[in-house]
Design a binder for this molecule. Structure first.
Ligand code: PLP
Length: 452
């Protein structure tokens, strides 16, 4: 007797016993602890996840900075279903489909400046590696093949590919993986609790840290430097908003030395900071933007890069039958991901969600700052619909307090949050209401008191 798909899904969702959780080695997870006390979700709608036993959990993190339009939105679900029934898969090597071209045009129209060309992949990590490879190849096809050096930043997160961890600056993501890419330098990170504690928006202090790029260029000579990559707002390291003027200064120094500037917008894109891209918020146009996650509200894996016409056009030469860039993925521009993205971009537009974020930003920032003064709160930072709270560590147990906060938030307070080290981060879907902001902050406050 065959079971229906819905029945199989229900059966899968019924798996709660730790013994049944053995085979899946979860990424970036304390697996042994998870399997002793699992945090399982079974379904989601709008602002909430639901556990297998039906408990509602307020989504304080848009999944993983992904579901900016909220969960299981009817228009996106229908678009994916219709696409699966029409064209399930189409190879992107030497063939194409309308959805991919339609989406690329939409994204190019949303991007600043002449970032008019899109290369699709399937994740943020792939987007970063694609951006770094395109930067290196660009200098090769432009007759400046000596430009091979890549510059990232301390505390930067650029995914988990070898390129991404090489330019990234999070020690735990690098230290076990050998020698990484050669020829990589790092700018200093931009956080100083002494100068920036409890700032809403961009901190006043820190623009001068961009000048370290001059030092690196002087050390190696500009003729060896291919590109600088930064997150406009460092996210995964614990939310570090850019100091006022910092990104503008980086752009100026890159221009002075002919260096490409890459913004990794995997989490800052699609409304998180109140604009389609953070580049727009800061009035700084990079040469390449990476994107992923919220491009289709996290529904189907997708990533990509937007590149300037100057970069794109440099490749478009030689005999017409030759491949211009030897790079790509089997699932680049997958029809389901494209259909989901087109429906998501419609929702962002029709519900004006980016402008809504700008309107909510002051109330959200003020609500988060109301937690100042609670036990162990060392700093709070907010930007757009992003908030982070640093907690004091327990003696000899770095990260234990935040870990307990994340677990208790889910198990006991019906709230999903994210942690990095001793930082609690919240990045709710952009559809959050003012009442729900109040609820989120209230729950956060109770959690912080519970782990005192
Ligand atoms: C800035 C940035 N780049 C890249 C990535 C990697 O994305 P993925 O996990 O989809 O590979 C992330 C993920 O959070 C990110 O925040």
């Amino acid at each position: 007797m065959s079971t229906s798909p819905a029945a199989s899904l229900r059966a899968a969702n019924d798996v709660l016993a730790p013994n049944d959780l053995e085979a899946w080695w979860l990424p970036f997870t304390a697996n042994r602890s998870f399997k002793r006390r699992p945090r399982m979700v079974a379904r989601a709608k709008d602002m909430h996840y639901y556990t297998p036993d039906g408990r509602a959990v307020l989504d304080g993190v848009a999944g993983l900075w992904c579901c900016n339009a909220g969960h299981n939105r009817d228009a996106i679900v229908s678009a994916i279903q219709a696409q699966a029934a029409e064209l399930d898969y189409s190879p992107a090597f030497q063939f194409g489909h309308a959805g991919g071209f339609a989406l690329a045009s939409r994204l190019a129209a949303m991007a600043p400046g002449d970032l008019d060309h899109v290369f699709f992949c399937n994740s943020g990590s792939e987007a970063v590696d694609t951006a770094l490879k395109v930067a290196l190849a660009y200098w090769n096809v432009s007759g400046q093949g000596s430009r091979t050096r890549l510059i990232g930043r301390e505390r930067g997160y650029h995914g988990v590919g070898f390129g991404g961890i090489s330019v990234g600056g999070i020690v735990t993501n690098r230290k076990h993986f050998g020698t990484l890419l050669a020829g990589v330098d790092h700018l200093p990170h931009t956080y100083s609790r002494e100068h920036q504690a409890f700032s809403t928006g961009e901190p006043e202090w820190g623009a001068h840290l961009a000048d370290d790029l001059e030092r690196i260029v002087t050390l190696h000579d500009a003729s060896t430097v291919a590109a600088v990559i930064v997150e406009p707002m460092a996210g995964s390291t614990g939310v570090l908003p850019p100091p006022k003027g910092y990104l503008q200064r980086l752009r100026q120094i890159c221009d002075r030395h002919g260096i490409l500037l890459i913004f990794d917008e995997v989490i800052s894109g699609f409304g998180r900071l109140g604009h389609a891209f953070a580049a727009e918020r800061y009035g700084v146009t990079p040469d390449i933007i990476t994107f992923a996650k919220a491009v289709n509200s996290g529904t189907v894996p997708m990533g990509g890069i937007l590149v300037s016409s100057r970069i794109h056009d440099a490749f478009m030469k030689g005999p017409e039958q030759t491949i211009e860039l030897f790079h790509g993925y089997t699932y680049s521009g997958h029809p389901l991901a494209c259909a989901a993205a087109l429906a998501t971009l419609d929702l962002y537009r029709d519900e004006d969600l980016f402008a809504r974020t700008r309107r909510l930003e002051p109330a959200f920032g003020a609500a988060m700052m109301s937690l100042r003064g609670l036990p162990n709160v060392l700093d709070i930072r907010t930007l757009g619909l992003v908030g982070a709270i640093d907690l004091a560590s327990r003696p000899d147990a770095a990260g234990a307090r935040a870990f307990e906060a994340m677990d208790r938030a889910f198990q006991e307070h019906g709230l999903m949050i994210r942690i990095t080290g001793e930082t609690l981060a919240v990045t709710p879907p952009l559809i959050i209401s003012e009442d729900q902001i109040g609820e989120l902050v209230d729950k956060l406050g109770r959690v912080i008191r519970a782990v005192a």
